[in-house]
Each structure stands twice: as C-alpha cells, then as structure tokens.
Design a protein around this ligand. Structure first.
Ligand SMILES: Nc1ncnc2c1ncn2[C@@H]1O[C@H](COP(=O)(O)OP(=O)(O)O)[C@@H](O)[C@H]1O
Ligand SMILES: [Mg+2]
Length: 325
C-alpha cells in the first residue's frame, strides 16, 4: 500500500486576472520509507504541491479536482479537525528559511515543548526531556543550554536543525522538506541532507525533498518527479532518470549542473547541446496548447503543439514528451 497517493489533482488560484490553473493532471505515489524528489525551476509548482499535500493551501487556492489519499483516506474529504490531527503529526514540513518559521519571541526549548504539549499531550517536564532528546537527535552540540537560546542566536544550519527537531517531534510518517538547504552554504547543506537521510533510515519515514537543484535530488532520493509549469513532465527511478533522461527539460536541468553529471550521453549527442535552458518559465496564464515546454525546446516538432500531451511510460519511467531523447 502506498503511504500517499495523489490522483488527478488540479489546483487553481483566484487572481486579479482571473482563475489560473497552477497544478494539473498531477498523479504520484509515495511508498513507506521512500525518498521522492520534486524538482523544477522556480515557479514550476513545487511549493503549491507540498502545501496541497499538507492541506495548507493559500486562501485564494482551490483544489478543483482530484484526491490526496494518505493511508487510503482522502485528505480533501476530512473535516478541519481531522486534518489537524494529521498535519504536524503524521505529515510535517520544513521550509527554506527556518528563521521565518521559528517564533523570535520564544526560546528554542519553549517552541519544541509547545508542539509536544499540544500534539502529544505531554506534561511540561516530559516535554522538556523529550525536547532535549530531539535536539540531540538532530545533532545539535551541547543541547542543554541550547534549549534556552532564542532563534536569532542560532546560525542558519542550527536553526534548520531546530526546525527538523520540531518536525520530527511527533514521529511523522511523511516529512516534506521544501528547499531545506537552499538558504545554507554548501558544507552545511550537505550536513543537513545527511541528517535527513539518517533520520529517514532510523525512523522508516518517507520524505518528499523539494529542490530546484537536480544534483541535490540525485544524491538524496530514490524516485524523482520533474515538474514544469505545474505538470509532471518526467518521473521514475532517480538513477534511471539521471543516467538517461527522456524529457528535454530534464536533460536541460542536468546540463546545468556544472561538472557533476556532464558525462551523460548528451555530451556527445549533437541533438542536445545546451549549456543552460533558454527562455523563462511560462506564465501560467498563457498556457500553450500541447507541451508547455515547446517554446524553449530544441527538439520541438509540430506534434508538440497539437494537443494535450499525456504521460507515456516505459516500465516505471514516465515522460510527457512527443519527441523524447
Ligand atoms: N497564492 C497564490 N496566488 C496566485 N498564484 C500563486 C500563489 N501561490 C503560488 N502561485 C503561483 O503558482 C505557481 C507555482 O508556485 P510555487 O509552487 O511556489 O513554485 P515553486 O515552489 O516551484 O517555485 C507560480 O506561478 C506562482 O506564481
Ligand atoms: Mg517553492
């Protein structure tokens, strides 16, 4: 049984210029213990997807169709009270900028205690003991005095560790990490990714790792979904997609990784030489007929602009492309 299954999800936003469809035809599954990457340029719909799964969509967002099944229950059909029980306990999330998610007015210890008191019903003493354990678990050195520090006294890496401790407080089955290391420097970035990997192994937790950096996804996930303009354009086993991408957009993302994956076939494939992906992400109000990437794609052929392009599959490898590599 999959832990999470998203079926035919569509999310629309009410904007001043009318209704804009941000996510469409979104289908994916996540198994227990699996790490799934969600990758794409900024604006491709990664955060909207994460927030939809967490059931925290923006006020002007509307799920127009689809199902979000978590352990076979459709989150969209639950009452707010039932959702509250899942959010933060079974599914929790960490964000790019820990400083905006921590409350500057309370100490680290008080903030973690609060989560434990509310969600786990612990007493003040029990909560404090468990908060200490959690700080230890996420590798914060000298955790006892850290409980009494305020968020502004912590470095970026340490505050992200505190956020992870809070997210892990209720032993979630699924952790969504939305660009968790984008604001951190490279050394700290890999320490946080190592920590997430270790926690996932130790707790058998599933992870959705969101990143615009395919290199981060390549090294930290089992499965990957590549998003473009609110659609999944390629999905499958990370190792397969990194070594043999089918979609020109994925190939473009790979080519943008300096040095690391440059030895993929595309190097010698004259059909596809792109140091960067040309153009900018499509304005979602001006969706194209057919493939959304066609205007930036070197491999575009007339068929690409003819109709909605469906996902095709070769085994478990799926791609939305009429002229794949
Ligand atoms: N509250 C909102 N109202 C209108 N449009 C939104 C809102 N939130 C996000 N969007 C739009 O949805 C698209 C996807 O955004 P997002 O999921 O944040 O992208 P990503 O996380 O991949 O950078 C963008 O075009 C963005 O402008
Ligand atoms: Mg985002």
């Amino acid at each position: 049984m999959s832990l999470l299954e998203v079926k035919d999800l569509q999310v629309d936003f009410e904007t001043q210029n009318g209704v804009v469809t941000v996510l469409r035809d979104l289908n994916f599954k996540i198994n227990e213990g699996e790490a799934v990457g969600l990758v794409g340029e900024s604006g491709s719909g990664k955060s909207v997807t994460s927030l939809a799964v967490l059931q925290l969509p923006s006020v002007n967002a509307k799920v127009s169709r689809g199902e979000i099944l978590f352990q076979d229950r459709d989150l969209l059909k639950l009452s707010e009270h039932e959702r509250e029980k899942i959010r933060g306990r079974q599914i929790s999330m960490i964000f790019q900028d820990p400083m905006t998610s921590l409350n500057p007015c309370y100490t680290v210890g008080d903030q973690i205690d609060e989560v434990l008191k509310i969600h786990e019903g612990l007493s003040a003493t029990q909560a404090r003991a468990r908060s200490l354990e959690l700080l230890q678990m996420v590798g914060i050195p000298d955790p006892q005095p850290r409980l009494k520090t305020f968020p502004h006294e912590l470095s970026g890496g340490m505050s992200q560790r505190v956020m992870i401790a809070m997210a892990m407080a209720c032993r979630p089955k699924l952790l969504i990490a939305d660009e968790p290391t984008t604001a951190l420097d490279v050394t700290i970035q890999s320490q946080i990714l190592d920590l997430l990997r270790a926690l996932r192994k130790d707790h058998g937790m599933s992870l959705i790792l969101v990143s615009h950096d395919l290199g981060v996804i390549a090294e930290n996930t089992d499965q990957v979904m590549v998003m473009y303009a609110g659609e999944i354009v390629e999905a499958g086993k990370t190792s397969e997609i990194i070594s043999a991408p089918a979609h020109p957009y994925t190939a473009g993302l790979l080519r943008c990784l300096p040095g690391r994956y440059a030895d993929v076939d595309m190097e010698t494939n004259p059909k596809f030489r792109l140091p960067t992906i040309q153009g900018t992400v499509l304005n979602l109000k001006d969706r194209a007929v057919g493939c959304q990437f066609q205007g930036r794609c070197e491999r575009a052929i007339p068929r690409c602009s003819e109709k909605g392009i469906k996902l095709s599959a070769k085994g478990s490898h799926q791609f939305r492309c009429e002229n794949p590599l």
